[in-house]
Write a protein that binds this ligand. Structure first.
Ligand SMILES: *Cc1c(COP(=O)(O)O)cnc(C)c1O
Length: 397
């Protein structure tokens, strides 16, 4: 097997430089840990940005994938396949919604939500086509397509990529008054991450999600929750919106929906909204493919059967309390819900990330000063203890 050094050299030589990965190579993964080519075992505290809620290679999900590989992997939407319908039913029952529209990546699901809202605004609310407005938040992260970066407030994500897609209004995350002021007769939707992962595990003020939802209802504006990172138990609830007891008009899912194996994403909504789609008006070749759907069905089954939300809540509390024992004056905040935890420093955190990695804990800084800890939900208490001992060693000066 190529060494870590060889792998990195080859990867950099033949790859575009649109990422700057930490110098760790994954060669084998199991549960909450990965092993590099040299045989060192490390704790995965990023979980591929929550795509690995089920851990690496969950045995039952792997088996479901292998079984489906022996039957059928792709139909395209020109024909039916015998798995997609069952997957849709499962996702509808899990969310309490009527209908699913399948895509592959988180960004595609966000794009789909944008198209849904615009059509709904035109078809159902009577807004002139081309005048639809969608309200989004500062420091949002919804993906990387040209339209999505058009609503980003991150200069690095936007530089040199113009012209941008119009129709987005940016308000301060968590500011209800700003939302109220931004709504016009042309507003079709408010798009929000219930917790902003990429921005540094930022939670809105308690009660904001509920109040924003109520405001949207009173103004006939769709409330669209990007739960690509927060969905499927990560925050200690099945969906982060449940923390404030609301069900968004449109759920946007990705990442963990694919059990850490297949890319699969979706939006989920009721008939009155989803009915804006007619044959030919939207689609995806791989969307709803039977391989990804079979994997996702098994993932959802395990999620409910093993009560992942409860696991994430309890393990998250345990983990967070251990992190609070760390003595370092530069740590100014430890926040988050469930197993989505941010540790904020009053200085650049990248040197601490290097120390973590040297001690066998994989994590990454986000927005320079915050380190996100988001291990797979399957991490054991014993592993949390081991990882926290290493984290303490790395972070205490
Ligand atoms: C990761 C992420 C996306 C984009 O998902 P991709 O699969 O990378 O396109 C969108 N929204 C949120 C909140 C995310 O965390």
């Amino acid at each position: 097997m190529d060494s870590t050094k060889q792998v990195i050299e080859k990867t950099e030589k033949y790859g575009a430089q649109n990422y700057k990965p930490k110098k760790v190579v994954f060669a084998f993964g199991e549960g909450a840990t990965v092993t590099n080519p040299e045989g060192d075992k490390l704790f995965d505290m990023l979980s591929a940005y929550s795509a690995l809620n089920f851990g690496h290679r969950h045995p039952e999900i792997i088996q479901a994938c292998k079984d489906q590989l022996d039957n059928c992997t792709l139909s395209s939407r020109a024909f039916y396949n015998n798995i997609m319908g069952e997957w849709q039913e499962k996702l509808c029952k899990l969310t309490g919604k009527d209908k699913v529209l399948p895509m592959n990546t988180g960004a595609e699901a966000v794009e789909t939500a944008i198209k849904t809202a615009r059509r709904w605004g035109n078809f159902k609310k009577g807004i002139e086509d081309g005048k639809q407005e969608i309200i989004v938040c500062t420091e949002n992260f919804h993906g990387r397509t040209t339209t999505i970066i058009s609503m980003s407030t991150d200069p690095v994500a936007r530089k040199g990529y113009g012209p941008f897609t119009p129709g987005f209004i940016v308000i301060e995350y968590g500011n209800l008054k700003a939302l109220e002021d931004a709504i016009t007769p042309n507003t079709v939707a408010f798009l929000i991450e219930p917790i902003q992962g990429e921005a540094g595990v930022k939670c809105p003020p308690e009660g904001f999600i509920k109040k924003a939802y109520d405001l949207c209802k009173s103004k006939n504006v769709l409330f669209m929750a990007d739960e690509v990172q927060t969905g499927f138990a990560r925050t200690g609830d099945m969906f982060a919106c449940q923390h404030e007891g609301i069900v968004p008009d449109i759920y946007i899912f990705g990442k963990a929906l694919g059990g850490g194996i297949m890319p699969i994403s979706a939006i989920v909504a009721n008939d009155d909204i989803m009915s804006v789609f007619t044959p030919g008006s939207h689609g995806s070749t791989f969307g709803g493919n039977p391989l990804a759907c079979a994997v996702s069905i098994k993932a959802m089954e395990i999620l409910v059967r093993d009560n992942y939300p409860k696991m994430a809540k309890e393990k998250g509390e345990y983990f967070k309390n251990k992190l609070k024992e760390i003595k370092n004056d530069k740590i100014i905040d430890i926040r988050g819900r469930g197993l989505l935890i941010g540790v904020e420093f009053n200085c650049d955190a990248s040197s601490y990330v290097e120390k973590l990695i040297a001690n066998g804990v994989l994590a990454k800084e986000t927005h320079d000063t915050t380190i996100r800890f988001a291990p797979p939900v399957v991490i054991t208490y014993e592993e949390i203890d081991q990882a926290c001992a290493a984290i303490k060693k790395a972070l205490e000066d």
